[in-house]
Design a protein around this ligand. Structure first.
Ligand SMILES: Nc1nc2c(ncn2[C@@H]2O[C@H](COP(=O)(O)OP(=O)(O)O)[C@@H](O)[C@H]2O)c(=O)[nH]1
Ligand SMILES: [Mg+2]
Length: 292
């Protein structure tokens, strides 16, 4: 599969990031709780050295809570401030503000020693497209200050959002680019719906998802689509078809997805499965685990 991220975009994104980072004391980095590593660009470690850091495992409402707890420990062990969040809900605003102040505690102390008083902490939100940067900024600022949507915002100029009298947030998030060196990164981002679906093979993606589910969430798909062992046994030619086709065929039958001639519509079945996964209808599922 091919993912599009043009060098020109990347250069522009880096320049914007460098420019914005120089304005702030800290970086609030959002990643997707379902794919915390695929969903972040480790270059932020270099770009943001000398800055205070807070990692937010966003969309935690869609991730497997047990795995999210493991990730929290993983980042804590690296000495980073980390918390999980559902930005759509925004009920943890106070916790976020507390975490920001914790992350900046050492800096506030340094300021004090130098006799600098009441200088607000300046923060910037950063992350790859679709992790929820705009949604987060909207919720934390308590008003519709930043645009949400599936495209990076187009805000011009630098504006600061006041979060209490000691915190300022840059209204323009820093856009990072995914790091596609590992093949699974692209796949993971495609599965969570962060890549444009055009050019992506939904059958291939569904097969990968089924394989992953078989390993880590055994029986969940069969249960969700009422697929029985008898149903699978009834398929002729069983030794020629793969496990994914088997599952998708049953899913197509159970959901009455047929193409002309009454054959199962595996395309529609694949898309249905991907859709159900992305919207959380398969349950709370994480695609990456720290021990992997
Ligand atoms: N379920 C869930 N969806 C979220 C959360 N945060 C953002 N979203 C959704 O993710 C999509 C991308 O969000 P957006 O803020 O535009 O991402 P950005 O590209 O990083 O600015 C939108 O459809 C949001 O509604 C979250 O915590 N939970
Ligand atoms: Mg945005």
């Amino acid at each position: 599969m091919n993912y599009q991220w043009y060098p020109g975009h990347m250069t522009k994104a880096i320049r914007m990031m460098q420019e914005n980072i120089s304005l702030v004391d800290m970086i609030i980095e959002l990643t997707d709780a379902r794919v915390p590593l695929s969903g972040r660009n480790p270059d932020i470690d270099e770009l943001g050295k000398n800055k205070e850091r807070l990692i937010i495992l966003n969309k935690a409402d869609l991730a497997d809570p047990k795995v999210t707890a493991e990730w929290t420990k993983y980042f804590e062990d690296k000495g980073l401030n980390v918390m999980q969040l559902n930005s759509k809900q925004g009920k943890d605003n106070k916790k976020v503000l507390d975490m920001i102040r914790t992350a900046c505690a050492a800096k506030i102390e340094r300021d004090k020693k130098r006799g600098i008083k009441n200088r607000p902490i300046r923060a910037m939100v950063a992350g790859i497209p679709n992790v929820g940067k705009s949604t987060f900024i909207n919720r934390i600022s308590g008003k519709n200050a930043a645009k949400t949507g599936n495209k990076p915002g187009v805000t011009k100029g630098k504006q600061w959002i006041m979060l209490g009298k000691d915190l300022q947030l840059l209204d323009t998030p820093g856009i990072l680019w995914p790091k596609f060196e590992d093949k699974t990164v692209g796949l993971n981002l495609a599965l969570i719906g962060s890549m444009n679906d055009v050019n992506l093979d939904s059958g291939e993606m569904a097969a990968d998802l089924i394989k992953y589910m078989d390993s880590f969430y055994k029986g969940v798909i069969e249960e969700k689509y009422s697929i029985t062992q008898e149903q699978i046994d009834e398929l002729d030619d069983l030794d020629r078809i793969t496990r994914a086709t088997e599952v998708l065929t049953c899913l197509a039958f159970n959901r009455k997805c047929f193409i002309q001639g009454g054959r199962p519509d595996l395309d529609r079945a694949s898309n249905m499965l991907l859709d159900d996964f992305r919207s959380g209808r398969l349950g709370l599922i994480s695609l990456e685990r720290p021990e992997q």
